[in-house]
Design a binder for this molecule. Structure first.
Ligand code: AMP
Length: 442
């Protein structure tokens, strides 16, 4: 199976090649033909499945005909990071076309966005607040919108954007194609989808699709020992690029500061930072300047960084959905990853809920040689017996990569033993992406 089957314009095929895609992902296989027919879509899929190209490619095909310099596709996303990422994918895929994509979101100056719109664009990728602001000020004309995409609808709802979305729906043409994507389908999202979609085709890629390319493990630990355990883990694990999640902005900041003091190349990403600092942190992480990003859930939404080898949940997420989204940051597309979760005693109910969704118990591990000081929780059942943590082989993408080593050997915490060199030097095997393993024709 390849992209040729979709009979897209040759300029779009050139864009696909430029993006480096050779085989459509399952959601692309399912959604592209349906969207090309003009049907509405209810897509149950999260970031990491290739859904952005699944909606962008047919949109670009539509834009090969008809008027230019008129907003014809409106894509609404919950965060500016996701909006930027969609716009970048759009620019890559439409490189050979005359199509222009403009982003619209708050937290940055309005004037450049207004000016870009004035110059003309066919695709607008927007966050709801600023979009409504521009509509109210008469600075954007949506009367020509033919396709509306609502991306990560469940996040928009979590972030309180539901009333904004409902207002927005009254301001775009009623006669349009609507593509609706959400990783989860709580009642309010289902109701919204029911209200705005006409005879939609349901496209579903397993609720936690990336789980198949992600190995999960739990590390029972009391809160007071978490930072020491993290340092021990970082020393023992072959980590190419790690995303660490904390419960609060403050914890993200202090943890990043602590890791930086220990010599790690690390940045924090949290909502109190100005947009330019947030973007610098993401770009630095993506570009390899930082090996570790310490983030809160909201700040990390939608960041698309290829080859995140590890997601470490320093604090347990509040919901199963948040767990799903966090681990969706690793094991993306063709890569595999590991998700390590620190677990306090009070986290048991959340762990059980996560295990229910994963469909199997998650291995409890301990970091070998780490002094738990008697705080190590006792095993409760056979499924909760603890395995010693070992650096994993055959999980990550890169063949010759290194732990995010402190800048100098002298900066390494002396108390913690380093993993044997032989273990980290072995070439690591790339696993087949989950959609190929599910029998899709290559
Ligand atoms: P998304 O779910 O749209 O955020 O995409 C997740 C990642 O998969 C992005 O880094 C995309 O560039 C990548 N991707 C999307 N489609 C394909 C494809 N057909 N082949 C390989 N990678 C892809």
């Amino acid at each position: 199976m390849n992209f040729e089957q979709f009979s897209l314009d040759p300029r779009i095929h050139a864009g696909i090649k430029g993006a480096g895609y050779t085989t459509p992902t399952p959601i692309q296989q399912q959604a592209i033909p349906v969207v090309l027919q003009g049907r509405d879509i209810l897509g149950l899929a999260q970031t990491g499945t290739g859904k952005t190209a699944a909606f962008l490619l047919p949109i670009l095909q539509r834009l090969t005909k008809g008027p230019l310099r008129k907003v014809r596709a409106l894509i609404v996303a919950p965060t500016r990071e996701l909006a930027e990422q969609i716009a970048q994918t759009s620019a890559t895929l439409s490189k050979q076309m005359k199509v222009k994509t403009v982003t619209v979101y708050g937290g940055v100056g309005k004037a450049p966005q207004v000016e870009a719109l004035r110059r003309g664009a066919e695709i607008v990728v927007a966050c709801p607040g600023r979009l409504l602001d521009l509509i109210g000020a008469g600075q954007i004309d949506l009367s020509g919108v033919e396709v509306l995409v609502l991306d990560e609808a469940d996040h928009m709802c979590d972030m309180g954007f539901l009333p904004d979305i409902r207002r927005l729906l009254k301001l775009v043409p009623a006669k349009r194609q609507t593509l609706f994507f959400s990783a989860t389908m709580p009642d309010d999202i289902r109701a919204l989808a029911g209200d705005i979609l006409t005879d939609p085709v349901m496209v579903q890629i397993g609720l936690i699709a990336p789980a198949e390319t992600v190995a999960h493990a739990l590390y029972p630990v009391p809160d007071g020992l978490k930072s020491k355990l993290l340092l021990a883990m970082l020393q023992q694990t072959q980590i190419d690029r790690a995303l660490i999640f904390t419960r609060t902005k403050r914890r993200a900041r202090t943890l990043a500061e602590m890791l930086e003091k220990q010599g790690y190349r690390v940045a924090a990403l949290q909502g109190n930072m100005a947009q330019n600092r947030r973007q610098a942190a993401i770009n630095g992480f993506r570009g390899g300047e930082y090996d570790i990003l310490v983030a809160t859930d909201i700040a990390a939404r939608g960041i698309d960084v290829a080859a995140v080898s590890h997601v470490i949940n320093y604090d347990m997420p509040d919901t199963v959905d948040a767990y799903t989204h966090r681990i969706g940051r690793t094991g993306r597309a063709q890569l595999t990853g590991e998700a390590f979760t620190f677990m306090e005693q009070d986290d048991e109910p959340m762990v059980r809920a996560i295990e229910r969704v994963l469909g199997s118990p998650v291995e409890r591990r301990r970091v070998a040689g780490f002094d738990y000081g008697g705080a190590y929780p006792a095993s409760k059942s056979a499924s909760q017996s603890y395995a010693d943590h070992r650096p994993q082989q055959g999980r990550s993408s890169a063949g010759a990569s290194h732990a995010p080593a402190p800048r100098s050997e002298a900066a390494r915490p002396a108390a913690v033993a380093t993993a044997p060199e032989a273990a980290s030097a072995k070439p690591r095997r790339r696993r087949r992406p989950y959609w190929r393993r599910q029998g899709a024709q290559g």
